[in-house]
Write a protein that binds this ligand. Structure first.
Ligand code: NCD
Length: 305
């Protein structure tokens, strides 16, 4: 890894990604010494709700022997007094060795990273990017479905506002995987993302109907409609409840098809899928720990040099 900050999957090379995934596999097999990063503190600055990302980063740093410093809820932070994000991260830089930032504004992580020298990790910037989710998504795919380059991946749901989708699509393109995007027209990929993918030679097709591709998929990555990003609640209601799958939907899928979801799910995946051999989303959430441990280990070790 040659990165100080992890902002977008666009700037992670295939080699960077493989380095993290290989290190995560190693950590999964042989947990590192409990005091490997005993002096390291990881700041968690979450300006938007989070369960998995927040808790798995905290678990990861603690399992490496370090500790987490949590900014706490936005309502009790100085942001409510009008402090700028640039000032907040400059202050936090003095307390911690690395910083994890989640923010509702697209571009916030990039902007904030320009004010700090410690590694800044983007844990989601509005409808922009969520690169560490992608790392654990790819890890799960590699473990459950095989070589990323050979995969045919269907990505379904909110492709417009879903930041996990944008990061995943950039990364899958680096592996030359085949990608099928399935969504209502109104929630298809943002023009800028589509442009970037085409520019980098992505093998992609877009569809409005899962039936058109379900039989071909090695992986079906389902996403939540990002209600909080809709400017108009009526627009949300028009698409809510579409693009959900249940066990019967998967009758047409390959037996080995791996169903994933970054979670939280609302109703996109019916509970009857949970008991099928397809369901991999809880395992995916658990993979966050070795993958984020691997990433922190690489970033913090680099920092020591
Ligand atoms: C995702 C996010 O925050 O973008 N959640 C996560 O980090 N696992 C997906 C979502 O909220 O739908």
């Amino acid at each position: 890894m040659t990165h100080d900050h992890v902002i977008s999957a666009k700037s992670l090379s295939r080699a960077d990604i493989e380095t993290v995934l290989d290190r995560a596999a190693e950590i999964d097999r042989t947990p590192p010494d409990r005091d490997r990063h005993a002096d390291d503190l990881l700041a968690l600055c979450f300006f938007e709700p989070s369960t998995r990302t927040h808790m798995s980063f905290e678990t990861a740093i603690k399992r490496l022997g370090g500790d987490a410093l949590d900014m706490g809820p936005v309502e009790s932070s100085s942001a409510t007094k009008g402090e700028s994000l640039a000032d907040t991260v400059r202050v936090v830089e003095g307390y911690a060795d690395a910083l994890v930032l989640r923010h509702p504004s697209e571009g916030a992580a990039q902007m904030a990273s320009e004010f700090v020298d410690i590694p800044l990790i983007n844990a989601g910037d509005g409808a922009g990017q969520h690169p560490t989710q992608t790392l654990l998504d790819l890890y799960t795919m590699r473990e459950a479905a095989g070589d990323l380059a050979d995969l045919t991946v269907g990505i379904m749901g909110d492709l417009k506002y879903g930041r996990t989708v944008h990061s995943l699509a950039y990364a899958l393109t680096k592996f030359d995987a085949r990608q099928h995007f399935v969504s209502p027209e109104s929630l298809s990929l943002p023009r800028s993302v589509r442009y970037d993918l085409h520019e980098s030679g992505a093998r992609l097709k877009e569809h409005t109907d899962l039936d058109a591709v379900i039989e071909e998929l090695d992986v079906l990555y389902v996403t939540r409609i990002q209600r909080e990003r809709f400017p108009d609640e009526n627009e949300y209601r028009q698409v809510a409840g579409e693009y959900r799958i249940d066990a019967a939907t998967l009758d047409d899928a390959r037996e080995e098809c791996v169903v994933m979801h970054p979670l939280p799910r609302v109703d996109e995946i019916a509970p009857d899928v949970d008991a099928t051999q397809h369901a991999h989303y809880f395992e995916q959430a658990h993979n966050a720990v070795p993958v984020r441990m691997a990433l922190l280990d690489l970033l913090l070790s680099e920092d020591d040099r």
